[in-house]
Design a protein around this ligand. Structure first.
Ligand code: SF4
Ligand code: SF4
Length: 183
């Protein structure tokens, strides 16, 4: 049968000679390789105390953004859900009521917004599709958990802290991302 790649190696089925049957050369070779690594730089990263720098284009956990006045940017237009190739985003729209102008930037907002992180492939298309700078992928990765349902993030879990009431947490969640104003 013709091999699809050049990675196949034929197995050496020759009977072992005397030295090979003693396994000493193989043990010495293995020990040499082990000892050789004692004098090389340790590549192990002591996470979480030590963290590796992420790539500038790293795409992590999603954040639902607010404007400088603390109002939610998302207008529940659904473009992110349509753009999502993994169908990971679901939402329900609601109309902003009089007196809620300080909560929601637009006349329509997402009453419910969920992202299933087990479906998400962190492609960033939702961020690209959003016309309101309402969603972005942060430099945080999704924490591990024991239950699948914990990976469906709801709106409260995704929303960035309010910059008016908790400026420090807001700046931290924003990371190195530049603040942008949208129309
Ligand atoms: S990052 Fe990609 S897969 Fe994940 S929710 Fe956004 S569009 Fe969908
Ligand atoms: S996050 Fe952006 S694209 Fe998605 S529904 Fe909200 S405003 Fe529309």
């Amino acid at each position: 049968m013709q091999a699809l790649t050049d990675k196949a190696r034929s197995v050496d089925r020759r009977p072992m000679n005397f030295l090979e049957r003693m396994y000493l050369p193989a043990i010495a070779k293995g020990m040499f390789i082990t000892f050789k690594h004692i004098f090389t730089k340790n590549p192990t990263v002591q996470y979480p105390e030590q963290k590796r720098p992420f790539s500038p284009v790293f795409r992590g956990l999603h954040i639902l953004n607010r404007d400088a006045e603390g109002r939610e940017n998302c207008t529940a237009c659904g473009l992110c859900a349509v753009a999502c190739p993994a169908e990971a985003i679901t939402m329900e729209a609601a109309e902003r009521l009089p007196g809620e102008e300080h909560l929601y930037k637009e006349e329509k907002y997402a009453a419910k917004y969920e992202i299933n992180m087990l479906r998400c492939i962190f492609c960033g298309l939702c961020e690209e599709a959003c016309p309101k700078d309402a969603i972005y992928l942060s430099e945080t990765f999704t924490p591990a958990d024991y239950q699948r349902k914990q990976f469906v993030y709801n709106k409260q879990e995704l929303l960035i802290p309010n910059p008016v009431t908790d400026k420090e947490a807001y700046e931290k969640a924003l990371g190195n991302r530049p603040k942008r104003e949208t129309a």
